[in-house]
Design a protein around this ligand. Structure first.
Ligand SMILES: NC(=O)c1ccc[n+]([C@@H]2O[C@H](COP(=O)([O-])OP(=O)(O)OC[C@H]3O[C@@H](n4cnc5c(N)ncnc54)[C@H](O)[C@@H]3O)[C@@H](O)[C@H]2O)c1
Length: 339
């Protein structure tokens, strides 16, 4: 199939590109490179440096490459930033997705896999999370994605040929097993990269935000899904979509690990006694978030291959050891760090 991957120069998108190519698909990347890296995209894959909100250009690209399906990863994805700069999130995530849909509609591309998030559920009281539970986001990031889910439902109701899946990711982690690509967010806000950067000495320490939650060891519990399992689910879903389908799936492994457990695993994997600090709770951090992932398993047969935290962290550690500066040159990294 001919795929357009938006955000294909970012962390998850670049892993999707790699897997799609390995599976024999034709792939084109659309990315404005605001938060992604040219080096994350194989040199023989066309990279169109375009902003998603440029509807006409997106439509042109869809036509030029005879695109049949879109995997839509491009977005901003930092909860804290969405609170301080909500308009950027609605503009990029919600308007950007609207622009993509308008472009697809104008040229008749009718298959879409959308990166949604467990942040659309807000602070649920019951665990694990099931797809038909109420969605009540507690930050603009979650809302910016939930609005897209709503838009997709409404558009699909008006176009019988259109099909989509909204995949609600939990905490995506790890790197390609061969260590060739990996995670490089600026700034980094995710637990596992922060621990590994501390293990490499690129950060002084790792801070646990709150150890007085109502959980067995007092720290927050999250569901960590390996990035390759996640993109495999996208490929299965893209293949399964039939005209008229509206699918919503959780993507997690169905098991939560506490921050303390992640810290211990990172220490085991790296062999480094990573310095740990304890900080205050962060506003809006629910004590526990983990998925019930039965629906996608039952409907399309997806199952996570990585269910062991140490193995997930090992793949990320491989990447961070290979590329301690990520995709940037050392001098560039130091300049970023000193800002
Ligand atoms: N990383 C996670 O744990 C996680 C969890 C839940 C959901 N998600 C979702 O997965 C998707 C990918 O996340 P990621 O961690 O790979 O992020 P990322 O920042 O590494 O990648 C996003 C990519 O999209 C590009 N982009 C952003 N806005 C664009 C625009 N307007 N036009 C063109 N390109 C644009 C960026 O340059 C970047 O390359 C996002 O939609 C995010 O909301 C991620």
């Amino acid at each position: 199939m001919n795929f357009l991957v938006t955000g294909g120069a970012g962390y998850i998108g670049s892993h999707a590109v790699k897997r799609l190519i390995e599976a024999g698909h034709q792939v084109v990347v659309l990315d404005n490179l605001e938060r992604g890296y040219r080096a994350a995209v194989p040199s023989d894959v066309p990279l169109e440096q375009i902003d998603l909100r440029d509807t006409e250009m997106v439509a042109t690209i869809l036509g030029k490459y005879a695109i049949e399906a879109v995997m839509h990863f491009a977005a901003f994805a930092m909860v804290g930033e969405s609170v301080t700069d909500p308009l950027s999130y609605y503009h990029n995530n919600t308007t950007g997705s609207l622009s993509l849909l308008q472009a697809m509609d104008s040229v008749g591309v009718n298959r879409l896999v959308f990166s949604s998030t467990c942040a659309t559920y807000g602070e649920p009281e019951q665990m694990p999370l099931v797809e038909d539970m109420a969605q009540a986001p507690i930050n603009p990031y979650g809302w910016s994605k939930l609005f897209v889910e709503r838009m997709l439902r409404d558009y699909a109701a008006s176009n019988a040929d259109f099909s989509f899946a909204a995949l609600r990711y939990f905490n995506v982690a790890g790197s390609a097993a061969d260590g060739s690509i990996g995670e490089d967010h600026q700034p980094e806000t995710h637990v596992i990269p922060l621990l590994l950067l501390a293990a490499l000495g690129r950060r002084d320490s790792f801070t646990i935000f709150g150890e007085d939650y109502d959980t067995p060891d007092g720290t927050c519990i999250r569901d960590y899904i390996h990035v390759e399992d996640l993109v495999d689910a996208h490929m299965l879903v893209a293949d399964a979509l039939q005209p008229g389908d509206q699918r919503f799936y959780n993507l997690g492994i169905g098991k939560g690990y506490s921050v303390r457990e992640v810290v211990d695993a990172a220490k085991r994997v790296t062999g480094v006694d990573i310095p740990i600090k304890i900080g205050e709770r962060r506003a809006g951090d629910p004590p526990q978030l983990y998925a019930n992932a039965d629906k996608i398993k039952n409907e399309i047969g997806w199952q996570a291959q990585y269910t062991d935290l140490d193995r997930i962290i090992e793949t990320a550690w491989q990447w961070f050891k290979n590329r301690p500066n990520g995709y940037r040159e050392p001098a560039e990294t130091d300049a970023v760090a000193s800002r």
